[in-house]
Design a protein around this ligand. Structure first.
Ligand SMILES: Nc1nc(O)c(N)c(N[C@@H]2O[C@H](COP(=O)(O)O)[C@@H](O)[C@H]2O)n1
Length: 463
C-alpha cells in the first residue's frame, strides 16, 4: 500500500461553483490529487485516480497503488457500491487498457456509471483513445477536459492532470526518462565550501523534502566526485514510499573501495562507465553485488537512452556542477529543484551547482518555465521546468475522420502513416520531432539542438 505524504506538486482541489464546469473541474482535480499519492510506485505506469460523485457529492474514490494492483476505477466503484447508478466518474487520465482486458471500463459500465469526465487522453499513442471509444460505445457520456469542456477552471484542472503524469508525458515525447536536477546551494551560489565540505547547506526540512523527491523517482544519479567527496547513501528516509536505485556515472572508475553506495543490501547500485575502465575495480564492484554497465563513450544522453530502454520513468540528478552542466547541455534535464539556504560561505574555488555551459551572454541563459517558489524551513525552494510540457493530446483523426478529410484515404486501409506528426510511429521523420540532434559546427565541434527544426531555423535564417 502506498505511503501517504503531502504532495509537493499538486495544488489542493478547491471549488467555486459560479464558474461553468466548476464542479467537474473540482472532482477531476481531486482525482489528480489522489493519483499523485502513489508517485514513484506505479512506474513505469501512469498515476491514476478516480472519484465517483452523484448530485455533487463524492461517494467513492480510488487510486492505483502500484503497477499491477487494482485499478483506481475498480476501487472507486467498490467504495461507492449501489450509489454508482447514474453517477459520474472523474478520472485524471483515460484508463490504459494495457492488456485489452478493459477492467477499468467494465467496472464503470457494470456499476451503472452514466457519465465520465476525463482529464487527459492517454499520452501513449498505442493506448490513446481506446478506453474513451469503449466507454462511448457502451453508451456512457464521456467529456474530456479542454475538448468537450472548456473554461478557465477547466484549464486549471487540466494542468493538474498534466503535472501529475508529467514524467510519463515528457518520457513519451523525449524518449529519455523524465529527469529532475536537484541541488542545494548557499545564498552566494555554492554547493560546498572550497574544502569540498557540504554537510549541510540546506535545512533538515529541505533534506526531508529531498527524501520525498527521491521517493518519486526510479533512480538517483551522481558522479564519481560526489561519491569521493560526500560518500552519500542516496536513500529515501521519509518513512515509507518507494526507494530508488542509485546510479554512479564514472568514466575512469577512480572510486573508493569503501563507499555507502557499494552496500546494496537494501537498494541496488548501478555503476555506468567507459569500456575498459579499471577492469579489476569492475570485478570488485561485481563482487559487492554492484551492477557495472560499460558504454563505448560515456555521456549523459546515451546513459539516459539506455535507462529509457530499461523502462525507467523518472530520474533525480543529485550530482555536482560538471555532470549537471553536461546533462543540461545534452538536453536531458526536464525540471530543476534548487534549494537556496540563507547563508554565505564564499570561496573563490568553492563549487557551484552548474559548470560550464559555454554561454557568454545573459540572453543565452536558460529560463525556467512555470516556476514556483516555496519556503521550506529557513530555505527557499525554486522549481520549474527547463523544457515546455509536451502536448500529450494532439488531435489524431480517426480513420473515418481521415476519410472525411481526405477521401483518397480509404477507411479499410489498415496502416495509415501520418507523416509530419510528432506523435506517430514515424514522427522521427518530421523536423518537429522532439528528438535532439547533434550537428558539427564550422570547427567540427558537435552542438546539440532540441530538434531538426531548431537547427534548420538557426542555420538557415541566422545572419
Ligand atoms: N538537500 C541537500 N542539502 C544539502 O545541504 C546537501 N549537501 C545535499 N547534498 C546531496 O545529498 C547527498 C547526500 O545524501 P545522503 O544524505 O547521504 O543520502 C550528497 O551527495 C549530495 O548529492 N543535499
Amino acid at each position: 500500500m502506498a505511503a501517504s505524504f503531502p504532495s509537493p506538486i499538486i495544488c489542493k482541489a478547491t471549488t467555486n461553483n459560479n464558474h461553468p464546469h466548476a464542479l467537474d473541474s473540482f472532482h477531476v482535480r481531486r482525482a489528480a490529487e489522489i493519483a499523485d499519492k502513489s508517485a514513484g510506485l506505479t512506474s513505469p505506469h501512469p498515476n491514476f485516480g478516480c472519484v465517483i460523485a452523484t448530485a455533487g457529492k463524492v461517494v467513492g474514490e480510488g487510486y492505483l497503488y502500484a503497477q499491477g494492483t487494482k485499478p483506481a476505477e475498480v476501487q472507486a466503484v467498490e467504495a461507492a457500491g449501489e450509489l454508482c447508478r447514474g453517477a459520474t466518474a472523474y478520472l485524471n487520465m483515460e484508463p490504459g487498457d494495457c492488456h485489452g482486458d478493459r477492467t477499468a471500463v467494465s467496472a464503470l459500465v457494470k456499476a451503472g456509471i452514466t457519465r465520465v469526465v476525463v482529464g487527459i487522453r492517454h499520452p501513449l499513442q498505442h493506448l490513446r483513445s481506446h478506453a474513451l471509444r469503449a466507454m462511448r460505445s457502451e453508451g456512457l457520456q464521456v467529456d474530456v477536459l479542454g475538448e468537450d469542456l472548456k473554461s478557465k477552471v477547466v484549464e486549471e484542472a487540466l494542468k493538474s492532470c498534466l503535472i501529475v503524469n508529467a514524467p510519463l508525458i515528457y518520457r513519451a515525447a523525449s524518449r529519455v526518462p523524465f529527469s529532475v536536477l536537484k541541488y542545494a546551494m548557499t545564498l552566494d551560489g555554492k554547493i560546498a565550501a572550497s574544502s569540498g565540505h557540504a554537510s549541510w547547506i540546506s535545512s533538515k526540512e529541505s533534506r526531508y523534502r529531498v527524501f520525498e523527491l527521491r521517493g518519486r523517482s526510479d533512480a538517483i544519479v551522481v558522479g564519481g566526485n560526489t561519491v569521493r567527496k560526500d560518500n552519500p547513501r542516496l536513500t529515501a528516509r521519509h518513512g515509507g514510499g518507494h526507494v530508488p536505485i542509485r546510479i554512479v556515472m564514472s568514466r575512469t572508475l577512480n572510486l573508493p573501495e569503501v563507499a555507502n553506495l557499494w552496500d546494496v543490501s537494501s537498494v541496488p547500485t548501478i555503476v555506468v562507465t567507459q569500456r575498459g575502465a579499471r577492469k579489476n575495480f569492475q570485478k570488485f564492484l561485481a563482487s559487492k553485488g554492484v551492477e557495472v554497465v560499460e558504454f563505448d563513450i560515456l555521456n549523459t544522453r546515451d546513459v539516459m537512452e539506455y535507462f529509457y530502454d530499461r523502462g525507467y520513468l523518472s530520474i533525480l540528478w543529485e550530482c555536482g556542477g560538471t555532470l549537471a552542466a553536461s546533462a543540461i547541455s545534452s538536453g536531458i534535464i526536464h525540471k530543476v529543484f534548487a534549494f537556496v539556504a540563507p547563508k554565505i560561505i564564499g570561496g573563490k574555488n568553492a563549487p557551484t551547482p552548474v559548470g560550464e555551459l559555454g554561454m557568454v551572454e545573459m540572453t543565452q541563459a536558460l529560463d525556467l518555465i512555470d516556476f514556483s517558489y516555496e519556503q521550506i524551513g529557513p530555505d527557499m525552494l525554486i522549481s520549474g521546468f527547463l523544457q515546455p510540457l509536451p502536448d500529450p493530446t494532439p488531435v489524431i483523426p480517426s480513420v473515418d475522420e481521415t476519410y472525411a478529410i481526405d477521401p483518397s484515404v480509404t477507411p479499410y486501409e489498415s496502416s495509415i502513416i501520418f507523416f509530419y506528426k510528432t506523435w506517430d510511429l514515424y514522427g522521427a521523420f518530421s523536423n518537429f520531432s522532439p528528438h535532439p540532434i547533434q550537428m558539427p559546427d564550422e570547427n567540427g565541434d558537435y552542438q546539440t539542438w532540441s530538434s531538426v527544426e531548431h537547427y534548420y531555423q538557426v542555420t538557415t535564417f541566422a545572419a
